[in-house]
Design a protein around this ligand. Structure first.
Ligand SMILES: [Zn+2]
Length: 687
């Protein structure tokens, strides 16, 4: 059930600042309830909905002019603000109703030509649906209960059973002019209706006030939910502990291997990025995957036609027997999937109104028996969209089948959405992807100074990072600086089994691992003759054995993927240029330097590159202010002089170390190499 979250006091916080201006008041009220609708994923997810308000404004000559403010592309309803509701002149839009047909490109052009502000984003492609209805406020959702109702075999009868004559019933037509005309016709045939169901697509409600329209959206959605017995929200984003996720890295690797041949001539097939995965294995998802009719359900199409952009017409199904059989069996299943997709394209492309270019035949959603529903994308964000819609689609299918059947629009209509001219027009425009887009980077000590600077540097270039550190609070603080698309794992990397557990966390969060930055470390001071055995061994646990355990576990995971990978060590100047009383730090770091070379030797054949950074004198948790003050004093200089005591005469910062890690990661034919980041120190230079 959907909670009605309209609160007068909260509404006033939006409308009061608008003052007495009725236009600003109307817009502020519009923004408020649009956000309420957007914040409930069972009403609207990932672009599947929009909202509008009609106002009268004077034009430049003082003549009053009716203007429609409707959600613009690039804005999500849950965070929309007034600039996300571009204004369009209503009269020219209403005039379009006379036309028999209007292509999508013509529609977008008309919308842009009639914008109030020429710098606004494109108004929603469903703008005409809002324009042709007379109500001041119009809301349109793809609510989960309406997707069940609208895809029943006799959706019309089911709708009448719930609403009688209170809801107009709009048969399925393509979005754009055709749908807007049909919806207006249905409304005009009975202007007493309080909303519309769009068969196979979604729901529309309207009202004289923002609140009236919002109340109707919630009440009507709840009436459907009650009819269908949907008493709980759709499970979204649930990830439970799992026994065996080995299928995910294998699937990642196989999918990249299949795409690799496409680009082999350009950059060398080994560079093809692997998809990022988003696993959902909560109770609802797992129960769905136990259904005996999965193969049949997979063929039916998506719950709402716009979903096809994010999850393709059907999911990849991997039965336990298939994925447990290993890489070759998974490859065979993907070959079958792609062949079926090509056949779908070949069946439908000739029926389209214009020539079409085939999109990638690779799946974006997988139903993996015993494992979960898995969204796949070029980065964590797109994988999460696919996974969210995957969970919603599973529920719509399950509830629909229990109430007569899940019978969405046919293949031809679905193809028209997937190969919609506006989407096709974007192809080949050559979006330049960030260089690490979708690469999964694990950084140990990720909440510390150097670790976080490194994660930030990779994240800025598109990577999805997993921060490994000892403390949840510090990880949360660090993640907040990275924004969405990153994850954390709390663990003591010196504990037995910790390295394997960290790899499992990367697989659960993103499906696998591309780059390990084995960074965590700590210095123990003291002359060797004064150190007890336990202290020295403890230093080896953290500064050598944890690196050894993490890097070998990472390499095992990369071998499962069967694609190139990278291991980067934070070594230390101490590894080549010992400092007095730092033996307990330098000895294990020297071993880690050798570990780097040994692994580079043994893993080169797997295209796993292994490199390191020798940094020195970086302000961090290790080299804190007290420590710096002490060192400076012992050398008889001030702190700034001490920190800048190198050939360049400049303090070296954590971000400089981060840049070196990035530089190594980008040097695609470099392995067994160390970069020194110390501002210049001839004694510590490698020879
Ligand atoms: Zn829609």
């Amino acid at each position: 059930m959907i909670e009605n979250r309209f609160d007068e006091a909260e509404a006033a916080t939006w409308t009061s600042p608008a003052g007495d201006d009725p236009v600003e008041q109307a817009l502020a009220a519009r923004v408020f309830t649009a956000r309420l609708i957007g914040q409930d994923p069972d009403l609207v997810m990932h672009g599947g909905g929009n909202a509008s308000v009609k106002v009268t404004r004077p034009d430049l000559y003082g003549t009053p002019r009716e203007v429609l403010h409707v959600k613009g592309s690039g804005w999500d309803l849950d965070r929309v603000l007034a600039p996300g509701l571009p204004g369009v002149g209503l009269d020219p839009l209403r005039k379009l109703r006379q036309l028999a047909a209007l292509s999508d490109l013509e529609l977008v052009n008309e919308l842009r030509c009639n914008l109030l502000d020429s710098t606004s984003p494109n108004p929603s492609v469903e703008t005409l649906l809002h324009a042709f209805l007379p109500h001041t406020y119009v809301d349109h959702t793809h609510a989960t209960p309406f997707l069940v109702l609208g895809n029943l075999p006799d959706a019309e009868a089911a709708c009448r059973a719930v609403f009688g004559d209170r809801l107009g019933i709009v048969p399925f037509v393509m979005s754009g002019l055709a749908l807007a005309k049909k919806a207006a016709e249905v409304y005009e045939a009975d202007p007493t209706v309080e909303g519309l169901i769009l068969i196979g697509h979604g729901h529309v409600a309207f009202g004289d006030t923002a609140r009236e329209s919002y109340d109707r959206i919630v009440a009507q959605t709840n009436a459907v939910a009650a009819h269908l017995g949907m008493t709980t929200p759709t499970s979204l984003g649930v990830r439970a502990p799992a026994d065996d996720l080995s299928v995910l890295p294998t699937l990642r690797g196989v999918m990249a291997e299949m795409r690799g041949s496409d680009k082999a001539a350009i950059r060398g097939g080994d560079e093809t990025p692997m998809p990022v995965m988003d696993l959902r294995n909560g109770a609802q998802a797992m129960a769905f995957l136990d259904r005996p009719d999965l193969d049949d359900l997979a063929e039916r199409g998506t719950a709402s036609p716009d979903h096809v952009i994010h999850i393709k017409p059907r999911p990849l199904i991997l039965r336990r027997a298939t994925w447990a059989a290993g890489r070759a069996a998974i490859r065979a299943a993907l070959d079958d999937y792609e062949a079926a997709y090509s056949a779908y394209f070949d069946r439908n492309a000739p029926l389209a109104d214009a020539p079409k270019t085939m999109l990638t035949p690779a799946p974006k959603l997988a139903w993996i028996e015993g494992v979960g529903i898995v969204g796949m994308g070029t980065c964590a964000r797109t994988a999460a969209i696919a996974a969210d819609l995957g969970e919603q689609n599973a529920r719509v299918r399950a509830v629909g089948e229990a109430h007569g059947g899940f019978r969405p629009i046919g293949e031809k209509a679905l193809f028209d959405f997937e190969y919609w001219s506006l989407e096709q027009a974007k192809l080949g425009r050559g979006r330049t992807a960030p260089v690490f887009e979708g690469q999964v980077v694990m950084v140990t000590g990720g909440a510390g100074t150097i670790g976080l600077a490194t994660a930030q540097a990779f994240a800025r270039l598109g990577a999805n990072c997993l921060l490994v550190d000892l403390n949840q609070d510090s990880i949360d603080t660090a993640l907040a600086t990275l924004g969405p698309g990153h994850a954390g794992y709390v663990g003591d990397i010196t504990a037995k089994g910790a390295a394997a557990a960290a790899m499992d966390a990367a697989v659960a969060a993103f499906g696998g691992l591309d780059i390990l930055v084995s960074n965590a470390g700590a210095a123990t001071a003291g002359a060797l003759l004064d150190l007890d055995d336990e202290t020295l061994r403890g230093a080896f646990e953290l500064n050598f054995f944890s690196h050894e355990a993490l890097s070998t576990q990472a390499a095992r995971l990369m071998r499962v993927q069967g694609r190139p990978g990278q291991i980067l060590f934070n070594i230390s100047k101490q590894a080549v240029n010992p400092g007095k009383n730092f033996g307990a730090y330098g000895l294990p770091k020297a071993a880690t330097l050798f570990l780097m070379r040994q692994l580079a030797l043994e893993l080169g054949g797997d295209m796993i590159r292994v490199n390191g950074v020798n940094a020195d004198r970086i302000r961090s948790g290790l080299l804190n202010d007290d420590f710096i003050a002490g060192r400076a004093k012992s050398r008889g200089v001030d702190e700034a002089t001490y920190m800048a005591g190198n050939l360049l005469g400049r303090e070296v910062e954590a971000r400089d170390v981060a840049e070196a890690f990035v530089a190594l990661a980008l040097s695609r034919r470099t392995t067994a190499h160390v970069i020194t980041v110390d501002g210049g120190n001839i004694e510590a230079a490698l020879r």
